[in-house]
Write a protein that binds this ligand. Sequence first.
Ligand SMILES: [Zn+2]
Length: 453
Amino acid sequence: MKSLTAQFWNEYWETMPRKELERVHLRRIRWLIKYAYENSKLYHKKYHEAGVKPDDVRTMDDFVKKVPFVTKDDILAAQAESPPFGGALACEYDDVLHVFQTSGTTGAPLRIPFTHYDTIKYGEDWVYGFWAVGIRPSDSFYFAFGWGMYVGFWSCYWGVRRLGAKVISGGGVSTEDRIRQMQALKPTVLVATPTYALYIAETCRKMGVDPRSLGLKYFYGAGEPGPTALPKLREELESSFGVKAYELYGVAEVGAIAPACPTQIGVHLNESNYHCLVVDPETGELVSEGERGENVVTSFAQLAQPVIKYRTKDVVEWHYSEPCECGRTWVLYKGSVLGRTDYVVKIRGINVYQTAVENIVRSVPGTSPHLEMHIRLDERGMDDMLVRVEADPSVPRDSYKDLSERIAEELRAAIGVRLDVEVVPPGTLPRYELKAKKMFDHRPKERRLPSGV
Ligand SMILES: [Zn+2]
């Protein structure tokens, strides 16, 4: 029986010395490469073309230098060649127990199959974070999402089952009804995307309900930059609901890879299930510890559709040689996900990240949490960004111009470039139940940063 006062969900794994983690990773990577080579046509072809045989990978250096990257486009192409999963699948079709897909807003949807084992491991990813922040089996979870075809919060549900806590489904009802359900059932943990949680708070106030009266103790989000990446958003969530707010960083086709650090400074890669390399998105070369780059992940818990040296396009800053304050030895992604390689804008040589812009805008008094970032080319054909932000209802309309000047000045002071800012009235920008769409890229495709190569 697990002690409820234990600090870790699994101390053995979470505090494993780095050297030992490296040994376990290498052993698993070698097994995984052989498994994928023998069972997945996609990997067989990929490794054959690169001139790599499983036995050639004997050291971590071999893995870094010889094994090719895999991209979402590789998996999509394999699926399109022979639907539904084609050469991307490595297990028997009968062993696929759960199927999801991505939205496919920019093309064909990516199908994501899982074996039963994969779902158990994917779910447990969440539990490491729950336990670390103090959530226990006596807690009850409210799921404010529609139980659709996206794996995100389904995997959270698997995790809550693993923890043994209570599940309250908020599927298929309006925001108002969700609030009434929470009033009646008094859950202690709210699971939602961060911007939808803010919308719940906004709706509560419209209904004359103090969001604090719901009695929640925790917010635990995923799906978009959240309370770790955006401190101002954390303050808003924590003060609105009277909770502690945490987030998990997940990649749908890979796993719920990085649960929360209780210190709220970042999230930790679950190294019992995943291995990562952080690389320069343009050259594919490893970046040093403490630097930013694209997260490249290998999963030991995705046996249906393997992901080995998979380019996530997520920008992270990694730390691994010293244990974290929370006691974990696992890789720390400081500030969680900082942006997407697709949306990095280089203005006069400076990389401008989504979360940096968002943090600065949110810190200016008079702004609301609702904003959009539009990437476009300026008249000289250089990358440029327009930030549209909703004013707080307390700001009079004739002050919008001053407010946009103030925001532009704060951005210039903090990141060293001037961005165009437009302040719009409350309620102008759309609200979303799942991921809020905040980035809009109006550049021609060939002008975007090369990634996924
Ligand atoms: Zn930590």
